[in-house]
Design a protein around this ligand. Structure first.
Ligand SMILES: Nc1ncnc2c1ncn2[C@@H]1O[C@H](COP(=O)(O)OP(=O)(O)OP(=O)(O)O)[C@@H](O)[C@H]1O
Ligand SMILES: [Mg+2]
Length: 412
């Protein structure tokens, strides 16, 4: 039995984390500003699997002081929230309260103090049980009560003597992940902006908010409140470079030694191909690596393992496709002509393709082709070249490989 050291399905811990130096620097800076009562937030944007949650994990370790930040050990109280389609204002507030309670209300006196500060929630729960929906209690009042309670808590825990809580903190770091799930009803942008402004008025800027999600999160915040994004520094996560990817591979193989008590090597050619296949997407390294390791003898990962692991039956490309591409290909587009365009483009991988070329291969009316290209563009499935008319490409090579593989399967 060998244990697979690659882990495509969960965010990475700090031990295998690679790159993101620029983003980490920016966030460290904000942490230090926040500690000095001059905080603001950050907005972390990036595609599926690019490493948002992994970076947030690292920041959490830094903020809590398990890893040092510029030679200093920070001591933030960290609250993590994931937004789902069902998240309401009430659930966010409740989640914040629960996290604070767990970390602050540890002894009898602090439990009492905590309950006194947050007792408005108890009243709402009683009311809520009677009326049963959030709509029936006043959202504005809920916000008022909450922001005063948070300001009070924040002032106490950042006071030099811990102001009746057991210890003193550098501030609170609130991390809101999966924010692209925020519904209109939740009004996340307005909530966060008003909260920050309210705390400022109360004289504390020691709350740092990190919001993370798919790139469309930015539009969601703007739609909720046009100037809400002003409270955030925007950080966009892109692909990792080849050096970072090699580092990830190395760290994973080190980890394999810990797990299996035997060293796993990778042939140089296999490593190069793993880097090439990954295209800088951290999720892909783990998925391609996982499938290759599975086929290997656990001692050496060969190039054959990489190739079969990627392109073989139930291989990495299929898995990646199910996660990232299937929806674009089958659900977001219902029209065969659209798919035909993608299939033509896939023969050129992610290189730029002219409309003229697509036209020469396309079976159908010119107007149908125009429609198809337009639809694919507006849905963000293909990219158009800036400053050049009629030139397009697919997002990444993986998508092209997957389309071609799927094509072959359907022909069988
Ligand atoms: N900087 C990194 N170094 C090493 N591995 C990483 C890094 N970032 C991400 N990974 C790996 O990539 C995969 C996806 O990472 P993660 O879950 O953090 O992405 P995400 O952007 O939060 O994805 P989603 O949009 O699905 O929530 C995981 O297997 C993780 O271990
Ligand atoms: Mg995530």
């Amino acid at each position: 039995m060998k244990i697979n050291p690659f882990n495509p399905n969960s965010p990475t811990g700090p031990g295998m984390f690679a790159g993101r130096i620029k983003e980490i620097e920016s966030i460290e800076q904000i942490l230090l500003q926040t500690r000095a009562n001059k905080g603001h937030g950050f907005l972390l944007l990036g595609q599926r699997g690019i490493g948002k949650t992994s970076l947030l994990n690292l920041v959490k370790y830094q903020a809590e002081g398990s890893i040092k930040t510029k030679d200093e050990t920070l001591n933030f109280l960290v609250i993590e929230i994931d937004i789902t389609k069902d998240t309401t204002l009430y659930t966010i507030i409740k989640k914040i309260e629960l996290a604070l309670r767990r970390k602050l209300a540890k002894s009898e006196p602090t439990r009492k103090l905590f309950s006194d500060i947050w007792n408005f929630l108890g009243k709402i729960e009683v009311a809520g049980a009677k009326v049963n929906t959030e709509r029936d209690f006043d959202k504005e009042l809920l916000f008022e009560e909450f922001s005063y309670s948070l300001a009070d808590t924040l002032k106490r825990i950042t006071a030099k003597n811990g102001e009746n809580f057991e210890s003193t903190h550098d501030g609170i770091l609130l991390m809101v992940d999966e924010s692209d799930n925020a519904t209109k009803d939740l009004d996340l942008g307005t909530f966060l902006k008003l909260l920050v402004e309210r705390l400022q008025k109360e004289g504390t800027q020691q709350l740092m908010i990190g919001v993370s999600g798919l790139p469309k999160t930015k539009e969601i915040l703007i739609e909720s409140h046009p100037s809400s994004i002003r409270i955030f520094e925007e950080l966009n996560l892109d692909r990792l470079n080849d050096e970072d990817i090699k580092y990830v591979i190395k760290r994973v193989l080190d980890h394999s030694q810990e797990l299996n008590k035997k060293r796993t090597e990778i042939e140089p050619k296999a490593e190069n191909n793993l880097v090439r296949l990954s295209e800088g997407f951290p999720h892909f390294i783990h998925q391609y690596g996982y499938c290759a390791f599975d086929l290997s003898d656990g001692l050496v990962i060969t190039d054959d393992n990489i190739q079969k692991g990627a392109f073989g039956n139930n291989g990495a490309i299929e898995k990646i496709g199910d996660k990232y591409y299937r929806d674009d290909f089958y659900n977001k587009i219902k029209v065969d002509s659209y798919r035909q365009v993608l299939i033509i483009m896939a023969t050129k991988l992610d290189d730029w393709v002219t409309k003229k070329y697509i036209k020469s291969k396309f079976k159908g009316q010119p107007a149908t082709l125009d429609n198809a290209i337009n639809a694919l563009r507006t849905r963000g499935i293909i990219l158009s070249k800036e400053g050049t008319k009629g030139t397009y490409r697919l997002q990444d090579k993986g998508f092209a490989w997957w389309i071609t593989m799927n094509q072959k399967k359907e022909e069988k």
